[in-house]
Design a binder for this molecule. Structure first.
Ligand code: ARG
Length: 573
């Protein structure tokens, strides 16, 4: 284990437990005053009836810290300030360098994790909300996968329901070839809107559409074939977006709403058998505990509509049951925009009442805010429409290409195109993942693509600069070299490096990726200070070897950290 914070935490936890006679969180964290500070004594004071300074001193006396800590002092009301021994730091950094996994252990208890994400709707343009879900879900999948969990990606595509009546009729009006063409080139909005306009304006079309819904629900073969065509063409388009975006979602992860069709009737029966169904206005509903509307009335999830059709909620109930009972998942992540929070919580609560979501299984809504334009308003195209995702991605890459060409004219055309792709797509992902996901964030191209500041490009650039040291010096680092921490900047860099495992564990737990990006920024900052103060190629002997190792380890941590976010790190840029 190279995670210094956990090491200190474990040692102090044992000491505090001995003092208190029960488990205690020593509350260890990085500190400005020393290297670490432990505040565990303060909350114990009242319970033990002793002064916190006294408790701190007692715990410190019992703590086995000699191999890790150089000085330990009690300050203020009872904080413990710890300064770590240089040889301990060096030893841990050396161990981290020698480890393929950079000191990050795989999960002690791997779980089956369902990640429900992306989930665009058939024959409708993917919007920036789907972009957010795709980017955040992909980072979650990569991070949890790296930690050894069994990841099941579930792309809950909206591929069923009443709109398909009008969509199929519109398809027939256009002719199959023309319709397939419009959809596969990604004119999804145009297609949907045209169908909608006819539906609203032409009663005969509306009637045909309604009959078509009935035919679809009753499994009419021709209707199903036409429906499949719509779904296939849209999915082709979604896959093209995923490919451009460089995410791990593929065709095998499509588990659209229709996937659960055969499970819906059994779900209704099961809920009925459990006594959880109630009729309301001719519809069958579940009223999960704890949800009331403004009028104080209990709120329903409509399971079967008055016309006999099933809705979005029924599908989510079938999906959750399938995920815990058939797939045996214990962690269910729903990466869905914040407006659906209540819907999801009602689904979880209903599932709990039905016994389909019981410990250790739990469901988490990984919610997120909106994407705004630079003007702070909802992001829209010039015509006021929703922005097409492909256009957004292409623009990011084109802008990055111009910047890369200006910064490094020596790059050959192929490399430049490749770097531009990594920087442009990386910028889109980074801006999304680097802010608290619950909040809205705004697109500001100049800021997003800057090579300095809180951007993906800055981290990529730091990584590429480190690689250029090895190229210039024609050396490769000895990952087993002894680590020498002679200067404060080397020491500070070592401290940052050793924080990696804790931040990855936190990201896996909270899926708050801005803490990981914040960590990588601090690391890049510590590296820059080190590089400004400590010559590397001009140093000699053991110091040079150690500095090369620190450079290499920093580059590896940045690349791995970015990889968890789905961002590539070019060798040069
Ligand atoms: N298709 C939905 C939408 O675009 C998102 C689906 C989210 N996942 C779920 N299991 N409900 O809003």
């Amino acid at each position: 284990m190279t995670d210094l914070e956990s090491l200190l935490n474990d040692r102090l936890a044992a000491a505090f437990a001995a003092v208190a006679g029960e488990p205690v969180d020593p509350v260890v964290r990085r500190s400005q005053h020393a290297d670490f500070q432990a505040d565990g004594a303060l909350p114990l004071a009242r319970r033990l009836g002793r002064a916190p300074r006294d408790i701190a001193a007692d715990a410190l006396g019992r703590a086995d810290l000699a191999d890790l800590v150089a000085t330990a002092e009690i300050s203020g009301p009872g904080f413990i300030n710890l300064k770590v021994r240089d040889d301990a730091l060096a030893g841990l950094v050396g161990a981290m360098s020698g480890d393929e996994r950079l000191g990050v252990p795989t999960a002690a208890a791997p779980e089956t994790v369902i990640i429900d994400y992306s989930a665009p709707n058939v024959a409708k343009e993917m919007h920036v909300g789907h972009l957010r879900s795709t980017v955040i879900g992909d980072a979650a999948a990569r991070t949890l996968d790296w930690l050894g969990h069994d990841i099941r990606r579930a792309n809950h595509v909206g591929d069923w329901g009443t709109p398909f009546g009008m969509l199929i009729e519109h398809l027939l009006d256009l002719g199959e070839t023309e319709a397939a063409h419009e959809l596969s080139v990604g004119d999804l909005n145009g297609f949907y809107r045209a169908a909608r306009v006819k539906f609203d304006a032409d009663p005969a079309f509306a009637e045909r559409s309604r009959l078509r819904v009935v035919a679809l629900q009753s499994g009419d073969a021709t209707t199903l074939r036409l429906w499949r065509l719509l779904v296939d063409e849209s999915e082709k388009y979604f896959l093209a977006v995923y490919d451009k975006l460089g995410v791990t979602l593929t065709a095998e992860h499509f588990f659209g709403e229709s996937y659960y069709n055969d499970l819906l009737a059994p779900v209704v029966d099961a809920l009925d058998g459990l006594g959880l169904l109630r009729e309301s206005d001719g519809a069958l509903c579940v009223f999960p505990h704890g949800f009331t509307g403004r009028d104080g009335e209990p709120m329903p999830i409509i399971v079967r509509k008055r016309d006999g059709g099933y809705g979005y909620g029924a599908t989510d109930l079938a999906a959750i049951r399938h995920r815990t009972q058939d797939l045996k998942a214990t962690r269910l992540l729903y990466v869905v925009g914040s407006p659906q929070h209540q819907h999801l919580e009602m689904v979880y609560q209903s599932a709990r009442e039905a016994g389909w979501l019981a410990a250790p299984a739990r469901a988490e809504h990984i919610g997120f805010g909106q994407v705004l334009g630079a003007d702070g308003k909802k992001l829209a195209s010039r015509a006021g429409d929703t922005v097409k995702l492909v256009d957004l991605l292409d623009e990011a890459v084109a802008r990055a290409a111009a910047i890369v060409a200006e910064k490094n004219p020596e790059l050959d055309a192929d490399t430049r195109a490749e770097v531009a792709r990594m920087v442009g797509i990386g910028a889109i992902k980074y801006v999304d993942l680097s802010s608290d996901r619950i909040k809205d964030y705004s697109f500001n191209w100049d800021r997003m693509l800057s090579f300095s500041g809180d951007t993906g490009a800055y981290l990529q650039y730091t990584h590429a600069r480190i690689n250029s040291i090895f190229r210039r010096g024609a050396v490769s680092p000895d990952r087993a070299a002894a680590v020498v921490l002679g200067s404060p900047a080397e020491r500070a860099l070592a401290m940052e490096l050793l924080g990696f495992a804790a931040v990855v564990a936190d990201a896996a737990d909270t899926l708050q990726f801005h803490r990981l990006t914040g960590y990588l920024q601090n690391l890049a900052g510590a590296y820059t200070a080190f590089y400004d103060n400590c010559p590397v190629l001009k140093a000699e002997g053991a110091v040079r070897e150690s500095r090369l190792l620190l450079c290499d380890l920093t580059a590896r941590v940045i690349a791995q950290g970015l990889a968890l976010l789905g961002i590539e790190a070019p060798e040069r840029m």
